[in-house]
Each structure stands twice: as structure tokens, then as C-alpha cells.
Write a protein that binds this ligand. Structure first.
Ligand SMILES: Cc1cc2nc3c(=O)[nH]c(=O)nc-3n(C[C@H](O)[C@H](O)[C@H](O)COP(=O)(O)OP(=O)(O)OC[C@H]3O[C@@H](n4cnc5c(N)ncnc54)[C@H](O)[C@@H]3O)c2cc1C
Length: 369
């Protein structure tokens, strides 16, 4: 094989194929996609396919709304079934804090144009008759959320990218710069490209290393279980909305006549090679006077809790917060190494920790700041 293209995409999962589709829609017709195995053979085929528009970022919420709208129309456009189930989703709130968080998201959703409702326990029981609503306050209901078939969706993207050249069983083994373009080596020949896109999912750090790059991407283990058919489900007139409980860190959706249950494991790492980045997406705030500490899904919530806490030192604590609120904490769940840093240095520190290993973790520990 000797091939030339404007863009070479490395990988054949949902990210690569969605990119190829969107490039085609923008008129980029000289694109080749190189997949080491079969399309979707990476993480994509495992996915539970959940599609939610609930997010803490306006930009991502807009993108998620666009995705859901696209998934609903892609089948008609490409002829490839993607099985988008618009069953809606429910997020449970058992605490005032959680409700406050939902209220903030609801305001965002209104601005972005994502349908978002609050439902009390009575309606909740109607939407999901299998749910024990004791102890719950309310739930956030996003009626246009749902789930999709990841393999069908990936295939639809490829079909929709009309001029895309797909090379299966073509692992990229080396990438180098040659005469003003990139040369990608594979066991079956070379591809020369102006632009290379690394869409190799959990293998992306290895692909980055082919050009001497350091991509601090961390894989986390995640499993779900699928139950046998459940008689109560068969009696329902409509599919259950996807159910999420952030306090229990899990999701449940209907899968045929049974349930698909996905818990987010507390100990997701088996060693420093899979060290997790905690609080880089979350926020922490602590009071330097009374020692209380808050970790929340966002820094804003952590700071708010700080501001409302009843600290004996009053104003003095507030001054401390000005320093602490700008910090993030990263931690390795495997060996317990923790570093407090700003959000920009966090990923690089974690990568360094992974490189040198837990026994020398102290050497990598930075000064607070
Ligand atoms: C159990 C489970 C449940 C999940 N549930 C959900 C969910 O409900 N909703 C959701 O949004 N996400 C979910 N995810 C996450 C989702 O599956 C991933 O985020 C997504 O599939 C990543 O897609 P990707 O294209 O980036 O990577 P991948 O699908 O892993 O694709 C990367 C591809 O690159 C190829 N590749 C690697 N190196 C090379 C090379 N050198 N040359 C050529 N090809 C190469 C690989 O073979 C692979 O096919 C779930 C994941 C798991 C494991």
C-alpha cells in the first residue's frame, strides 16, 4: 500500500468515525482512516451507549444536544440503524446539595435548549415503577436523553462519510516527518498525509509517543452487568428512563427484557499505570483554620460549601480560602500519592508520577500552589 491523503485518522472507534463524518460534511473528501483491527474494536463496542445532555459546561451541553439530535436523524440520512432509544433519563436527588446542583444545570439547560424537568416522588414512581422512592427529594428528568447502539452509530458515521477510505487491520507503527508531510508506516505500506489525527482512544499515548509526544491520558476500568429478563419489566408499557444516582455513582438502563447496571468502581486502578486523576474535574476547597475539607463535582460547589460553613475563625478562614480555592488535587488511588497543584500542572505531575513509580513519589511532589 502506498497512499496519499490530506488527513490520516489513526483509530477506528466512535471518535475517529465521527470526525471523518464531520470532515466529509465540511467538504473534506481526501481522508483515510487507519484502524489496527476492526472498526469499534476498541472501547466503543463495550459502551453502554448512554447519551445524556446533562453537563456542567455550556459548550459540552450544546455539543451533547447536537449529538442527540444527530443520532435521531442519522438513520434516515445513511440508511444504517443506530437504534436511538429516546427513553429519557432520571437523576435522583436525595440531598439539598444535589437538588441545588440540578437547579444550576436546569438554568443552563434552559439557555442551551435542552428539555429539563424536576419530578417529585409521585411522578418518579410513575416513570420508574421499580424504583423505591423512599428518601428521595426529587429527580431531574431529561426526556430527550436516551441510549444508542455504539456499533451501529459508528457504522452510520462511516457510511455518511461518502469519500472516506477505511483501512482495516492496518496498525500505524511509526510516524515521521518527511519532505513537508507526515509519513505513517504500517505493516502493509506507507501513507503520506498533511494532517494526522490521533483518535486511538486508550492507545492514544502510544501513538503520541511515535512522534515523541507525551499525552497524559489515563484509562480507568469500568464494567457493567446485564441481568436476565425481569418479569416486572415485561409488564411495562414503555421503556424505563435511564436512571442515574450520583451519590451511589451508578447507572441503570433497560436492556431488552432485563437491566444493564453500571457501577463506577471506587478502586478503578490496579497499579500506578492506571493511576486516576481525581479532582482535576472536581473541585476541592479546605478551611485552613478548622481543617474541614470539601470535594465536589465542581470547584464552584466546593467553594460555596466553604463559604457557608460555620468556621469559628470567620474572616480569617475566608482569607485562607482565597489561596486554597485556586488549587486542585491529583491523586493516585493505587499508592495513595497526592499532590496539590493548579489545574494546568496536574496532568504532567501525574504522568511524571506514573513514570517514576510510587516509591519515588515524594520526589515528584510539588510545592502547594
Ligand atoms: C463498559 C463501558 C461502558 C461505557 N459506557 C458508555 C456510555 O454509556 N456512554 C458513553 O458516552 N461512553 C461510554 N463508555 C466510554 C466509551 O466507550 C469511550 O469513551 C469511547 O468508545 C472511546 O472511543 P474512541 O474512538 O476514543 O476509542 P476506541 O473505541 O477505543 O477506538 C480507538 C481505536 O484505535 C485503534 N488503534 C489504537 N492504536 C492504533 C494504531 N497504532 N493504529 C491504528 N489503530 C489503532 C484501536 O484498535 C481502536 O479501535 C463506556 C466504556 C466502557 C468500557
Amino acid at each position: 500500500m502506498r497512499e496519499e491523503a490530506k488527513v490520516a485518522i489513526v483509530g477506528g472507534g466512535i471518535a475517529a468515525c465521527s470526525l471523518a463524518y464531520h470532515l466529509a460534511r465540511l467538504g473534506w473528501d481526501d481522508v483515510v482512516l487507519l484502524e489496527q483491527d476492526e472498526l469499534t474494536s476498541g472501547s466503543t463496542w463495550h459502551a453502554a451507549g448512554l447519551c445524556t445532555q446533562f453537563n456542567s459546561s455550556y459548550t459540552l451541553m450544546r455539543l451533547l444536544r447536537y449529538s442527540v439530535e444527530l443520532y435521531r436523524s442519522l438513520e434516515a440520512e445513511t440508511g444504517q440503524p443506530v437504534n436511538y432509544h429516546a427513553c429519557g433519563s432520571l437523576r435522583l436527588a436525595a440531598t439539598r446539595d444535589r437538588l441545588d446542583e440540578f437547579r444550576q444545570r436546569a438554568a443552563m439547560a434552559e439557555l442551551v435548549g435542552v428539555p429539563f424537568e424536576f419530578v417529585g416522588t409521585e411522578r418518579l414512581a410513575g416513570l420508574n415503577p421499580l424504583l423505591d422512592t423512599r428518601g428521595l427529594l426529587e429527580a431531574a428528568y431529561l426526556p430527550t436523553d436516551g441510549h444508542v447502539d455504539p456499533t451501529g452509530l459508528t457504522t452510520a458515521f462511516v457510511r455518511g462519510a461518502s469519500d472516506l477510505r477505511v483501512r482495516r487491520r492496518t496498525p500505524v507503527t511509526a510516524i515521521r516527518r518527511e519532505r513537508g508531510s507526515w509519513l505513517l508506516e504500517t505493516p502493509v505500506g506507507h501513507v503520506r498525509a498533511e494532517i494526522v489525527v490521533n483518535a486511538a482512544g486508550q492507545w492514544a499515548p502510544a501513538v503520541a509517543r511515535l512522534v515523541g509526544g507525551d499525552l497524559p491520558l489515563v484509562s480507568l476500568q469500568h464494567h457493567y452487568v446485564v441481568t436476565e429478563p425481569i418479569a416486572e419489566l415485561a409488564a411495562l408499557e414503555r421503556e424505563l428512563p435511564v436512571l442515574r444516582d450520583a451519590d451511589a455513582s451508578s447507572y441503570v438502563r433497560q436492556e431488552g427484557g432485563g437491566l444493564l447496571v453500571g457501577p463506577f468502581e471506587r478502586d478503578r486502578s490496579r497499579g500506578c499505570s492506571t493511576a486516576s486523576r481525581r479532582a482535576s474535574t472536581a473541585g476541592c476547597s479546605s478551611c485552613g483554620v478548622c481543617g474541614r475539607r470539601w470535594e465536589r463535582s465542581s470547584l464552584r460547589w466546593a467553594v460555596r460549601e466553604f463559604e457557608e460553613h460555620d468556621c469559628p475563625a470567620g474572616e480569617a478562614a475566608r482569607t485562607r480560602r482565597a489561596v486554597k480555592a485556586a488549587e486542585r488535587e491529583i491523586a493516585c488511588e493505587a499508592c495513595g500519592w497526592v499532590a496539590v497543584t493548579d489545574k494546568y500542572r496536574g496532568p504532567a505531575l501525574l504522568a511524571e508520577h506514573q513514570r517514576i513509580g510510587p516509591n519515588k513519589a515524594d520526589a515528584a511532589e510539588p510545592a502547594s500552589g
